[in-house]
Design a protein. Sequence first.
Length: 103
Amino acid sequence: MADDTSRKRTVRGKKITASREQKNGRRAKKELARTASNAGERNGDSPLSDPETVVPEPFVETDAVRSLRDRIDGWLEADQPVHLIGPTGCGKTALALSAAAER
């Protein structure tokens, strides 16, 4: 026999609404996204910034990093796409900014 849980509902259709906590959570997320996008515009942190204007933080360049950056430079000179893959915080963005600043 069918599950009887649907028969126990007292409110159906358009009258089914979210709880106040869910609404407040959605509002908070929207407000956070709105303030984050506005803060980026005010600070000039546009994702389309010129690579020369974005100066990467200095980092230790080991032999492995140097060889990767040389390979990236070679691919960029050959007009090939470059995909940097790795875990969060491993330095993908720093390496990309460093390679872009060299060009």
